[in-house]
Design a protein around this ligand. Structure first.
Ligand SMILES: [Zn+2]
Ligand SMILES: [Zn+2]
Ligand SMILES: [Zn+2]
Length: 387
């Protein structure tokens, strides 16, 4: 695998996720944000409890990427962050034979990539997976994916403790969230393509979730794979379709062949090309995306850490890198988990004050809590999901 320079890729400064969101994703996200209390509650739980847990769990279980460990993959993530204009998450490799990847955390974001994927995917395919994961951060999906995951996991348990059956009340909400989740995955497949900028590689990565082999010696055709979905549309019986539709209800991810087809349709419809030409809606201050926030010293509002000046009051923002970075007051490099700088005594932002910085963590090899962990229905999450 040769490393490519960022200059080989067109960067998309200030791009908003709205530029590539799949129909229905953005609307559902806006509706979810309006449910009173839910975002705040889950944001608080993730921010105050889970991110630290993810961090520790990741540090104990997985390989953290950086200058010493797999710098080439780490550099790919950095380049993809530049392309999509998204803050850098912490990146881990986790052992698993299942092709998948996950994103989690809200203010402090983490990506874990399964080892099997890093070993078998080409560089362009890896970029499309990484871009898919970054898409979840960019679009702010992670918080709501965590809510869906939580409901799915704890609904049966809650049912035992409550004197009346709650499933009938929760089920419609759960199904609506899964419907949104599948649309969100389509959105992120597009983000993956924007990062690898190679439609064939992007579709090839998704085809591997359907069963494409790594070494197929030219014996595989994307066209034939896409054609399979046309066969269903034209020839499947009503009963078969009903069963498939029922099966689909609970899935977090769309069917793999449909993911390949969706990318093909998006490219041939021209939207992809227009974005690369610079025609896209912008989110200059990164308000839609997750990722690290710093507290503006002027107005105390939490603003995206990638900004140099506060968009609310104009105060210059000192660079506050990811957690385990440097003291914002005196510049001393500080280890993770530092509450106060030992050289100047200032509180480390993001820990003791409102601004949490990104850090790492996650849950080990199993489907991670949260976001993309998508093993739930047959479909590999993002791994594609890049999920
Ligand atoms: Zn400010
Ligand atoms: Zn200091
Ligand atoms: Zn995904």
């Amino acid at each position: 695998m040769t490393i490519l320079t960022a200059s080989r890729y067109r960067v998309l400064p200030h791009i908003s996720y709205k530029a590539f969101s799949y129909p229905g994703d953005e609307e559902a996200l806006e509706a979810l944000k309006k449910i009173p209390g839910v975002s705040q509650l889950f944001h608080w739980i993730i921010d105050n409890i889970l991110e630290e847990y993810f961090n520790v769990s990741n540090l104990y279980n997985n390989v953290k990427l950086g200058p010493q460990n797999y710098p080439r993959i780490y550099a790919m993530v950095e380049e993809c962050c530049q392309v999509l204009d998204v803050p850098m998450p912490e990146v881990y490799l986790t052992y698993s034979p299942v092709l998948n990847a996950h994103t989690y955390g809200v203010d402090r974001t983490f990506i874990s990539i399964h080892s099997s994927m890093a070993e078998s995917f080409t560089e362009a395919e890896m970029r499309s997976i990484i871009g898919h994961e970054l898409g979840h951060i960019k679009a702010g999906h992670v918080l709501y994916k965590s809510v869906a995951w939580f409901i799915l996991k704890y609904l049966p348990m809650l049912d035992n403790f409550v004197p009346f059956p709650i499933a009938p009340f929760m089920l419609p909400m759960l199904l609506a969230m899964q419907e949104w989740s599948r649309r969100a995955e389509f959105t992120c497949d597009r983000a993956g393509l924007l990062c690898c900028q190679d439609p064939e590689a992007s579709m090839s990565a998704l085809a591997k979730f359907a069963g494409r082999l790594d070494a197929d010696n030219g014996q595989f055709s994307l066209e034939a794979l896409i054609q399979q979905s046309t066969e269903v549309e034209e020839g499947a019986s009503k009963t078969a379709r009903l069963f498939v539709a029922l099966d689909n209800l609970y899935r977090t991810h769309p069917y793999s062949v449909l993911r390949v087809k969706q990318i093909n349709d998006w490219v041939s419809g021209g939207a992809y090309g227009r974005i690369l030409d610079g025609e896209y809606p912008r989110d200059v201050h990164g308000e839609h995306e997750l990722g690290s926030r710093i507290e503006c010293p002027g107005c105390r509002k939490a603003v995206n850490s990638k900004l140099r000046y506060c968009p609310h009051c104009g105060t210059g923002l000192k660079k506050a890198g990811p957690k385990g970075s440097e003291c914002q007051q005196c510049g001393t490099p500080l280890p993770a988990f530092t509450e106060y700088c030992g050289f100047c005594g200032s509180a480390v932002r993001g820990r003791s004050s409102g601004a949490r910085q990104a850090s790492d963590s996650n849950g080990a090899g199993q489907a991670a809590p949260g976001p993309d962990a998508g093993h739930s229905s047959a479909a590999p999450d993002s791994a594609p999901d890049p999920e």
